[in-house]
Ligand binder design. Structure first.
Ligand SMILES: [Zn+2]
Ligand SMILES: [Zn+2]
Length: 336
């Protein structure tokens, strides 16, 4: 945006004095201050007026002296970071696998295209003059103290509106745009991914804001995430639980083989580090498998015979295998 645009925003001539610029800004502030103007555009109009005022009244660095070829000293104000557009925050729905292993996503973000009618300035070269509603054009209002200068129009009685009517003075029209996003692996749901420069548009002479995507995990058919631990309920046959050995368990990556607990009464297996993967200083979580012991609906004769044999073998070493059954047998005789 050029200085001419700033003059236009404030409605002053290009050669306006500092005092005129200040008066014009006060007028604009009076009209557009969001505290007193409920118009949804008021905030933006006020911001533009303030920006124009600040830019037109700021102390400018001396022009380089071209006659000697010497460059002007860099003023210290340039050390300040350039102004930045607003940061935006969005949620991004992902599967747990995508969050754990990384992936790509297409997102739609709000964007802006410059208004063609005003070349993006938000202003027309000729203004529309409207009468001040507060004083009905007289520039003065009646008060208990008598006639006073109308505060709404600062006594002018009218406003000159040079706003572009196509874009309502914003200088742009909303437009959605598609963005391809690469998800790094091991981002926990709730964490934010910063996408540099994809936030709000850059202010004059500045840089655009950043876009922050907060990961939100879709419900998973198998896994439940608690902190960085993954919980999984998994059916397993009672014979497998009794016989022990390894079972294959799904993870967010490839399935892994997990040794069943020594005691078949234990139905919870914790596999350290097999939960949500770690990132930087954060350790990987655990995988907690909750075994859902499944009993067969019926037994074949062969299975019955095998179980009969297993029971008989147990009774030959009952003191070791089941002290409770052994005590029962010793105290009450039969049974078991
Ligand atoms: Zn007025
Ligand atoms: Zn426009």
């Amino acid at each position: 945006m050029s200085r001419t645009d700033f003059h236009q925003i404030l409605g002053v001539k290009p050669d306006a004095s500092a005092a005129e610029i200040k008066r014009a800004f006060k007028r604009m502030a009076m009209r557009w201050h969001p505290d007193r103007n409920p118009d949804p555009d008021a905030h933006e109009q006020f911001r533009r007026a303030r920006e124009a005022f600040e830019r037109l009244t700021e102390v400018r660095p001396p022009e380089p002296d071209t006659s000697t070829g010497a460059a002007a000293d860099t003023p210290s104000a340039d050390d300040a970071p350039p102004p930045k557009g607003e940061d935006r925050h969005m949620e991004l729905d992902v599967d747990l696998e995508e969050a754990a292993l990384g992936g790509a996503a297409e997102i739609t973000v709000d964007g802006r295209v410059p208004c063609a009618s005003c070349d993006g300035s938000g202003h027309r070269s000729y203004g529309r003059t409207t009468m001040c509603g507060a004083c009905h054009g007289s520039g003065r209002i009646r008060s208990p103290q008598g006639l006073e200068t109308c505060p709404t129009c600062s006594g002018r009685g009218y406003f000159t509106d040079t706003r572009c009517s196509d874009c309502d003075g914003r200088g742009w029209h909303p437009a959605e745009r598609q963005l391809s996003v690469t998800l790094p692996p091991a981002m926990l749901p709730g964490e934010e991914l910063r996408i540099s420069g994809q936030g709000g548009p850059a202010p004059e002479g500045g840089v655009p804001g950043d876009l922050y995507l907060a990961l939100k995990a879709r419900p998973h058919p198998l896994f439940r995430l608690e902190g960085h631990d993954l919980h999984l309920s998994m059916p397993v046959s009672v014979f497998r639980v009794l016989a022990g050995g390894e079972i294959q368990v799904p993870t967010l990556g490839a399935p892994i083989d997990v040794l069943l607990p020594e005691s078949s009464a234990e139905t919870r297996i914790v596999v350290p580090g097999a939960g949500f993967p770690g990132r930087k200083k954060r350790r990987a979580g655990d995988l907690v498998v909750h075994l859902q012991v499944q009993y067969p609906r019926f037994l074949t004769n062969e299975q019955k015979a095998l179980l009969e044999m297993a029971d008989q073998v147990m009774h030959q070493q009952l003191d070791d295998q089941s002290p409770i059954l052994a005590r029962w047998r010793d105290q009450h005789g039969a049974g078991a």
